[in-house]
Design a protein around this ligand. Sequence first.
Ligand code: FAD
Length: 408
Amino acid sequence: MERVVVVGGGLAGVRAVEALRKKGYEGALTLVSAERHRPYDRPPLSKAVLAGDSDDTTVDADWDALRCELLLGERATALRPDGPGRGGVVATTAGDLPFDGLVIATGATPITLPGDGRQHVVRTIEDARELRGLLTEGARVAIVGAGWIGAEVATTAAKKGCAVTVVEAADTPLANALGPEAGALTAPWYAEAGVELRTGVKVAEVDGRGLVLAADGAAGRIDADAVVVGVGVRPDLGWLAGSGLLLERGVVTDASFRTCHEGAEPGTPGEPRPDIVAVGDCAAWWSDRYGRRLLVEHWDTALNAPEVAAATLLGEDAGYDAAPYFWSEQFGRMVQYAGNHAASERMIRRGDTGGRKWALAWLTGDRLDAILTVDRPRDLVQARRAIAAGASVDPDALADPDVPVRQA
Ligand code: FAD
């Protein structure tokens, strides 16, 4: 392999570059990224950057030592793969880039709502800086979506003295991410912080004055000085249209992050492409652990999965089977989650969920599937080990917050 191109300069992109060199790849390496900045970390954008405590989250990488050509502020516009295993060409705004190995790491873009009113999202450092300037004492801030981003923005806006309203279509915060029972436990945090939370309310559009609600008989709108939309993201795959690669909500890969062509039947996998890997927020990868494809939009996956993707590209037999992990800092609490409880049989409460520190654990039989911790980092670390090992736990001990989380 002599020419590797990495498309996307987020965390997954830079980690792929680092992993390729660490594994001894000596050929040419080019990273092309739509943003003008060197790769930077996004989690602080809705936390320290929005709060004004930080302004630079650039990933610490030695680009000279990595011998990587950086094409910043340039965008991939199309992919033209040659025959399987033979590379191809990435068309970009800086010209065509032939490759014999390609890493697709184009991440995701926030979903926005209908309407011609101004909508703020938090995805880039510019987004965060611009919104920061609007979070002034007394400003009316309407946030659509009580998910991770919505809760973090609400936290900072409330702290800055804004009048914050969060509108959520589901009946609880975090309903999509955690399910309604767990999500409901976070609802009181909003009122505690002086934030108005309106659940079960859909937004029809954003206009020049704020939010127009779809079905809220009492008052059909919420006027705001700033509207922030945090209703999820969509993988950035537009440039792959017509490439022949199999795409679902993300780029479809196997457990080694190998992409594949679309099969004879639409939507089915065809010829694998070991020379084209996809990783990070844009990849829908096969998880042997869960027996299905996962699209994990979390920092930990963007950090660790590229090492496996790089190994695959270099012909090593590598697989990724980590349990997902993420964290969120909201309303003065550190919230952490590991595992996946989509198919779990039951949930156990660990501690008083009305108090400051507690956890929820999900089990199938006695096997620990997932844990959510609120200001209980030790539980998270211990449980994460058990989850990774697919281990059983003693459910009675797990329900006692004074007993460490242990494998049975
Ligand atoms: P991205 O970071 O999206 O990078 C992709 C890059 O590719 C971008 O620079 C994009 O401009 C570029 N690109 C896109 N299309 C093209 C193209 N056609 N050509 C060239 N370049 C292109 N996760 C957690 O676990 N905990 C948290 O607390 C947390 N907080 C977050 C807070 C915010 C505000 C955001 C936005 C995310 C947060 N995340 C968090 C998620 C985490 O940051 C992402 O999972 C991670 O950034 C994904 O990295 P990535 O490299 O896959 O994609």
